[in-house]
Design a protein around this ligand. Structure first.
Ligand SMILES: *[C@@H]1O[C@H](CO)[C@@H](O)[C@H](O)[C@H]1NC(C)=O
Ligand SMILES: *[C@@H]1O[C@H](CO)[C@@H](O)[C@H](O)[C@H]1NC(C)=O
Ligand SMILES: *[C@@H]1O[C@H](CO)[C@@H](O)[C@H](O)[C@H]1NC(C)=O
Ligand SMILES: *[C@@H]1O[C@H](CO)[C@@H](O)[C@H](O)[C@H]1NC(C)=O
Ligand SMILES: *[C@@H]1O[C@H](CO)[C@@H](O)[C@H](O)[C@H]1NC(C)=O
Length: 238
């Protein structure tokens, strides 16, 4: 019994409206267009990206991070981008004593049930020397409490599309296409088969120099993910 779908209908959402027509014209690895027409989940991601200082004295080395994911399916699609920028402005202006967890607790307190889970990174499950892999995990979300498949409500991604942010690529994270990673011929998780990351606010490493060995730098990041395919695809409401 799959009870963990989006809160509101996503059948009318179309990511094409979010991607500028020239999104693949500025270098990087092009984003393919989704095979399925509607996303299963539409989420706001609020959190931190971590960077370490390389031997070259630059912060350019991504070391994962941690973000909280919130269901935004009850907002009309035209509000997804401005709502994300609005939340980014609040998150960016919160003092450093306000943690990711505080922000998540605040949002859940005001609007219970919208918290969908966590986004974090693990060592690449196929080859631990090959860096880290992104994970989205909804298995502990309140919304999935009674879902008989909740143990599989996660996904580990490969990354095949990566283009510069179209507005300010120095400050904002690249936009990504992340299909589920195959491990021994099986998808590593059933939450979705394809994820798009876009509407980035912040998240890039500063291009200032650093001292090798400096503590990990945490950079605030607020953006959107749309999830396609996966075990909950049939829960899409029109
Ligand atoms: C999407 O289409 C591409 C290209 O046809 C294909 O390689 C990929 O397997 C498809 N993905 C899904 C989830 O259907
Ligand atoms: C990355 O940042 C998150 C969020 O602040 C933190 O919980 C985590 O420990 C950091 N990871 C590393 C490897 O520094
Ligand atoms: C694992 O990744 C490392 C670093 O990219 C690479 O040198 C090595 O060949 C990979 N091993 C396998 C078995 O693919
Ligand atoms: C799960 O089931 C219990 C018992 O029927 C119910 O009280 C609870 O509200 C359900 N949780 C969700 C998130 O639907
Ligand atoms: C850092 O970014 C700023 C803003 O784009 C740019 O003017 C400056 O040249 C960059 N500095 C380095 C060291 O790349």
């Amino acid at each position: 019994n799959l009870t963990g779908g989006s809160i509101c209908p996503t059948g009318g959402f179309n990511i094409m409206a979010e991607l500028p027509a020239n999104i693949n014209d500025n270098g990087g690895e092009p984003l393919p267009m989704p095979n399925t027409s509607a996303p299963v989940y539409t989420t706001l991601s609020v959190g931190m990206q971590n960077y370490t200082c390389g031997c070259d004295g630059q912060w350019a080395y991504a070391q994962g991070g941690l973000t909280y994911l919130f269901d935004i399916s009850c907002l009309p699609q035209m509000h997804h981008k401005p709502f994300t920028s609005f939340i980014a402005a609040i998150w960016d202006s919160a003092p450093p004593t306000v943690t990711n967890q505080d922000f998540e607790a605040l949002v859940e307190g005001i609007n219970p049930g919208v918290g969908l889970g966590l986004h974090y990174w693990i060592p690449n499950p196929i080859n631990a020397s090959a860096g880290i892999s992104a994970v989205w995990d909804f298995s502990k979300a309140e919304r999935f409490q009674n879902d008989t498949n909740k143990a599989n409500a996660f996904l580990v991604a490969a990354e095949t599309g990566n283009v510069p942010d179209p507005i300010n690529p120095v400050i904002n994270s690249p936009w990504l296409y992340e299909p589920v990673l195959d491990v021994n011929g099986q998808p590593d998780g059933q939450l979705a088969t394809q994820v798009y990351r876009f509407n980035s606010n912040g998240g890039q490493a500063p291009n200032t120099s650093c001292t090798p060995g400096a503590p990990t730098l945490q950079v605030k990041s607020t953006l959107d993910f749309y999830f396609y395919g996966g075990a909950w695809e049939d829960t899409i409401q029109q």
